[in-house]
Design a binder for this molecule. Structure first.
Ligand code: SF4
Ligand code: SF4
Length: 89
């Protein structure tokens, strides 16, 4: 999953397009690719969890495969992670 300023813990959302980078003290566009920003700190969201799997033909919706004993549960990649979050590699 691509990573942007909006995925960074340092980004305080200002509106739907902009945020404040608390590490660098400047306004950022939320959809700016983080590239190799050395201050990037990834937020914990389903889309960055090792149990998240993308659904075919879906951009924002996937499934949680945490519990192998139950059917997969639909989750949005942008959902704030639950307590079972494990960062994907
Ligand atoms: S630390 Fe880097 S990636 Fe994070 S919000 Fe600031 S500029 Fe964006
Ligand atoms: S619901 Fe929890 S375990 Fe499942 S993908 Fe999201 S953060 Fe990971």
């Amino acid at each position: 999953m691509a990573k942007y300023c909006k995925d960074c813990k340092n980004c305080a959302t200002f509106d739907v397009f902009k945020g404040n980078c608390e590490a660098l003290g400047k306004r950022v566009i939320l959809d700016t690719p983080m590239d190799d920003c050395s201050d990037y700190q990834q937020k914990e969201k389903c889309g960055f969890c090792k149990y998240y799997a993308m659904k075919p033909k879906e951009e924002f919706l996937g499934v949680c495969r945490k519990d192998s004993d139950v059917p997969d549960v639909d989750v949005y990649a942008e959902l704030v992670a639950c307590n079972d979050f494990v960062p994907s590699a």
